[in-house]
Ligand binder design. Structure first.
Ligand SMILES: *Cc1c(COP(=O)(O)O)cnc(C)c1O
Ligand SMILES: [Zn+2]
Length: 440
């Protein structure tokens, strides 16, 4: 029996792990990577925890990566010489007081990473896998993805490190300058198309029917395997204790599926004995999962995503919808949405507490605030919010917020700079006003 294989999430048909396939030939379902649990059960839950804890204290390659520290669970098929790692994973889990209406919230800072978002977790596995396929003689000319920004940054960086050409399909004018700069800097072929993310996704799927162009979007199961380490890492960082809730921004729905898979694997292999509840946070302007949740997932319709500040989740036809519904059912999931005004002000409040929240993290924090004020999430519950990207990627959003220049947003925490002549009394006066003091 092989250690890993691809398996259709609908009909269960299996494919070898080294086959270039993204959908089932029989039924069109997405494929997941499956693992030989009997082999993994050679170690007890306690032994796995011991091993993972030991590796987290080691600087030995490749275990200094939070993803490759869990290699047996993620990609045992990949030989070490093919691993392309840029130090992904092991991101900080911060305890932040007085956030989103709760006395304390844990924030998993996935944006503190090589390319500035959680996409690194999946891309290290995908690109390493491709490197291995090429070394085995598979004809792959390039890797390709459609992107709302962060996927392309991660793919371009890992592909550059591997020496594999990357082709990036971006919706023209819909991603931040910082995000566009990354793939360009890494030498990727960047194609800006006159469409939205969903339109780019359509085209990349057609281009990659030629198997020599390898598809790197999260419908590709290899990425999900790397991303699933986030849930494992959270529990590990909490001293192997399971939080009550994990709140995650959701767009194409790969990451929420990955979160569920990692946690489920921990339970199946005896590392934990209960599961957290998961909250999917969507932007009101791109909310197909939220709408479906309102019908208990009986109805589902793709929507035309409207423009949202949370551009990384501006997706109307999420590819991993089925995977996400499975995860939400298993984890007592809730879906909630946030408006532009809510997400921008939630991000600004987080910044005042010392974070630097990207707009997607703003969506998660706004949603958490709603569930806390409704009493769904209690003040003594242990809550983890997944911060998906670094705020520095969204400088336009920050600057415009503080200028009061964002559409549909009232900047309640605007803090514009004070412009003054180079004059000491004027400067004193300004500081006095700001500090609300007379004696200066
Ligand atoms: C990709 C991304 C998301 C959404 O993840 P999905 O897997 O598409 O649901 C959220 N936030 C940021 C910053 C992202 O880059
Ligand atoms: Zn199938």
């Amino acid at each position: 029996m092989p250690q890993t294989w691809l398996e259709c999430i609908r009909c269960g048909r299996k494919y070898p792990i080294d086959e270039v396939a993204y959908r089932c030939e029989s039924c069109g379902g997405l494929l997941d990577v499956e693992h030989d649990f009997n082999a993994l059960k050679d170690r007890s839950g306690a032994e796995w925890k011991e091993l993972f804890s030991r590796r987290s204290r080691m600087s030995e390659w490749p275990y200094q990566s939070g993803v490759w520290a869990k290699k047996e669970w993620v990609a045992p098929q990949i030989n070490e010489e093919n691993i392309i790692s840029l130090g992904e994973g092991y991101t900080p889990l911060l305890r932040v007081k007085n956030l989103a209406g709760l006395p304390a919230v844990w924030v998993k800072e996935c944006g503190i990473s090589h390319t500035g978002s959680f996409k690194d977790l999946g891309m290290t596995v995908l690109v390493s896998h491709v490197k291995q396929l090429i070394s085995q003689g598979t004809q792959i000319r390039a890797v390709a993805c459609a992107s709302t920004g962060d996927t392309s940054a991660a793919l371009a960086a890992y592909a550059a490190a591997a020496g594999i050409p990357a082709i990036i399909f971006l919706p023209r004018g819909k991603i931040s300058t910082a995000q566009l700069a990354q793939p360009i800097a890494h030498g990727a072929i960047v194609l800006g198309l006159e469409t939205d993310f969903d339109g780019c996704m359509e085209i990349v799927q057609q281009i990659t029917t030629d198997k020599s162009i390898y598809l790197a979007n999260s419908m590709n199961a290899l990425r999900i395997e790397g991303q699933k380490t986030v849930g494992i890492e959270i529990v590990q960082q909490l001293g192997w204790e399971v939080p009550d809730w994990i709140v995650i921004p959701a767009g194409n729905l790969g990451n929420i599926s990955a979160l569920g898979r990692g946690l489920m694997m921990m339970r199946q292999l005896g590392l934990i004995d209960r599961l957290p509840r998961i909250v999917a946070a969507q932007a009101e302007n791109a909310n197909p999962l939220y709408r479906s949740f309102l019908t208990a997932f009986k109805d589902y319709q793709a929507v035309q995503a409207k423009r949202t500040l949370a551009s990384a989740i501006q997706i109307g036809a999420p590819v991993s919808y089925e995977r996400a519904v499975k995860a939400l059912r298993e984890f007592g999931g809730i879906v909630e949405q946030a408006s532009e005004d809510e997400l921008a002000n939630a991000a600004a409040r987080a910044d005042r507490a010392g974070l630097y929240a990207c707009p997607q993290t703003g969506v998660a924090l706004a949603v958490l605030g709603k569930l806390a004020s409704r009493g769904t999430i209690k003040s003594h519950d242990r809550v983890v919010v997944i911060s998906t990207a670094h705020g520095l990627k969204f400088t336009d959003f920050k600057v415009k917020y503080h200028e009061g220049a964002l559409t549909d947003v009232t900047s309640r925490h605007a803090n514009p700079p004070v412009e003054l002549p180079a004059d000491v009394p004027a400067v004193r006066r300004a500081i006095r006003e700001r500090l609300r003091t007379e004696d200066l």
